[in-house]
Every structure is written in structure tokens, then in C-alpha cells.
Design a protein around this ligand. Structure first.
Ligand code: ZN
Length: 119
């Protein structure tokens, strides 16, 4: 069985500090100050989809497969507009990276709590 290691993939998108499942807060825009969980990360665009945030409502006309109505679609938010919320101190924080046992883990810059779950 081949081991599909993605070592080379980290070379380009290495600067992403937000990961799926993170709690983040929006820093600007209409959702400013709101918190949510990251549902999806788009490393190439530098954007994320945050649960229940930045949802665009569109009125859809009825079609053959759809009876019409309002469709809610999450619009990706630029990573520069959000900040991680630390699971321990519940404050928005910068992410620091620390090397532990040859792995880079993310820690909170405030309380130094490890943000990543290390197995
Ligand atoms: Zn913290």
C-alpha cells in the first residue's frame, strides 16, 4: 500500500493558520464580531467558510426540481478578515507555531494552549 504523504503540499499553502473545525471571529465586514466554526478551508483562495456566517440569501425561482424560495448559501470569508479564537482563553488570538517532535503545532499566542489536537 502506498503512503500518500502530502509533504510537498505544505510548501505553497504553508501560511494558512486556520484549519477546519477551528473557532474563529470575524474582524470586519457585516459579520464583524461574530464567532463561528470553520466548515471549509480553501487554501488557494485564502478563504474559509464559517458556520452560519456570511450567508447570502437568494430568492430562487421555482424549477423542475425545486419549488422555489430562499436559498441560503455560505459565502467564503477571506482569512485576513478572521482570527482564531483560542479554545482555552476564548479570546481572539494570533497563532504561533511550535515544533514538537518534528511536527509543527499551533499554539495560542496568549495562553500558549495548544490549538491543534495532537495525537
Ligand atoms: Zn489562549
Amino acid at each position: 500500500m502506498q503512503n500518500a504523504s502530502h509533504r510537498s503540499a505544505s510548501a505553497r499553502g504553508a501560511k494558512l493558520k486556520i484549519k477546519k473545525g477551528d473557532m474563529v471571529i470575524v474582524l470586519c465586514g457585516k459579520e464583524k464580531g461574530k464567532k463561528g466554526k470553520v466548515l471549509e478551508v480553501f487554501p488557494r483562495d485564502g478563504k474559509v467558510i464559517v458556520e452560519r456566517l456570511n450567508v447570502a440569501k437568494r430568492h430562487a425561482r421555482p424549477s423542475r426540481n425545486f419549488q422555489g424560495g430562499i436559498i441560503e448559501k455560505a459565502v467564503p470569508i477571506a482569512i485576513s478578515k478572521i482570527m482564531l479564537v483560542c479554545p482555552r482563553c476564548s479570546e481572539k488570538t494570533k497563532v504561533k507555531k511550535r515544533k514538537v517532535e518534528d511536527k509543527l503545532i499551533r499554539v495560542c499566542a496568549r495562553c500558549r494552549e495548544v490549538v491543534d489536537k495532537v495525537k
